[in-house]
Design a protein around this ligand. Structure first.
Ligand code: HCA
Ligand code: CU
Length: 402
């Protein structure tokens, strides 16, 4: 199924607050909310107003901000929580209750029938109080709940005809793309309402699982910036964007302001006092860095040979690393022309050989390479000297080792 109609429920200000390093002040939340809305996420989910006194006031405050995103809050399936959430002025309420035996036995202690009864009471109440609020019902730990239990719960809620959206949650990161596809398909057969997927990343499947949910008919995906959340978090916003851009680049380019992604990542990384991981999707330091000579050559001819994401679309640039033993003469030629140096192919290949030999024995830097390119172009070295100078380097290094 083509990915051409979905929405992001951005939960940095809810699931993300559950990240061990997160302690957002009110101003932080306002800044992040603006930044998320400017990027273009459709929804911003906030911590339950029942979590703390400031969570309540922040919920009301952020609901009233002039931003281009709907504001949701997230509550337990609980009458008191529902009453407080309704008073905040949010655009929508996400209600959740655990259905796995773990959560029934070790958390809230309710049977499936009691869950159904409670859901009926709480959801009907919210709908009566506010006929237009967006109402979502989700089962926590869906992927360790039995199919029968889930079907019974979802069918009972569907019959109430009060919710706009159902959710499935991979609370512990156990799901795989196949199991997500299967569960979302089951739910799709129960309801015509929207379907949301929330996936934890304990086993590295969160992005693939989110994508699988969309292909099975889900309409909403939960993300957080940098994937922050409980334990190692959930589907990272940047990873979802990368995954979907790889399939529908035009659609994603038009839907979100991709140039803002890096700044948004840096903002959240600073607030939670972490670095953006070097290998992070799109915004990590090495996401657009190429190294091996054969990669560099093809990248210089046509970047798409080794890039499915165009860094320019994200306001970023690619980098070709050349100061190492895996370098190649095409990359060095490109560097030489950046420096305004002209070299005949024979000299270029010889200097490449020299640089590789040198890098075999010590770490070299881009300025070492630049210096060598200049020296060789100025004929300070000729081909005979090459041999000598690599020998010299070898000898020097050998002496150092001894
Ligand atoms: C949690 C709850 C939740 C809820 C997801 C949802 C989860 O563990 O804090 O409402 O869909 O992972 O199950 O984040
Ligand atoms: Cu979660």
């Amino acid at each position: 199924m083509p990915i051409n109609d979905f929405a992001i429920i951005e939960s940095t200000l809810r699931e993300g607050e559950q990240f061990v390093g997160a302690d957002f002040s009110t101003d932080d939340k306002i800044e992040i909310a603006h930044s998320l809305a400017n990027f273009g996420v459709e929804y911003i989910e906030l911590t339950s107003p029942c979590a703390s006194p400031t969570s309540l006031t922040d919920c009301t405050l952020i609901s009233n901000l002039d931003i281009n995103a709907k504001v949701l809050t997230h509550i337990r399936c609980h009458m008191e929580d529902a009453k407080v959430a309704l008073d905040t002025g949010v655009d929508g309420i996400d209600v959740v209750i655990g259905t796995s035996s773990y959560l029934r036995d070790f958390s809230h202690g309710k049977s499936i029938q009691e869950i159904i009864d409670l859901a009926q009471t709480v959801l009907t109440y919210i709908r009566e109080q506010n006929p237009t609020i967006e109402l979502r019902f989700s089962t926590e730990d869906s992927f360790r709940s039995t199919k029968d239990d889930l079907t019974n719960v979802y069918q009972a809620v569907e019959q109430l005809a009060v919710v706009n959206r159902f959710g499935v949650a991979d609370t512990v990161g156990i799901a795989t793309p196949n199991s997500v596809y299967e569960l979302v398909t089951t739910l799709r057969n129960i309801t015509d309402a929207d379907i949301e997927f929330h996936g934890h990343n304990d086993t590295g499947c969160a992005i693939a699982n989110s994508h699988s949910a969309l292909t099975a008919g889900a309409t909403h995906i939960d993300t957080t910036v940098l994937g922050i959340g409980e334990r190692n978090g959930i589907t990272p916003l940047e990873g979802l964007i990368a995954r979907l851009y790889a399939i529908e680049p035009d659609y994603i380019r038009n839907k979100y302001d991709l140039h803002q992604l890096h700044e948004l990542n840096q903002l959240v990384a600073d607030k939670v006092e972490i670095e953006i991981p070097f290998n992070h999707y799109i915004t990590g330091l090495t996401a657009f860095t190429h190294k091996a000579g054969i990669h560099a050559k093809a990248i210089l001819n046509n970047p798409e040979t080794y890039e499915i994401l165009n860094p320019n679309d994200f306001g970023l640039t690619r980098y070709i690393s050349i100061a190492h033993k895996l370098t190649g003469w095409n990359a060095l030629q490109d560097r030489a022309s950046q420096l305004g140096i002209k070299m005949d192919p024979k000299t270029l290949k010889a200097v490449t050989h020299h640089i590789k030999a040198m890098a075999d024995h010590k770490r070299i830097t881009l300025s070492d390479v630049d210096e060598l390119l200049h020296q060789w172009a100025d004929n300070n070295y000729n081909l005979d000297k090459t041999e000598d100078s690599s020998k010299e380097t070898n000898n020097r290094n050998k002496q150092k080792q001894n």
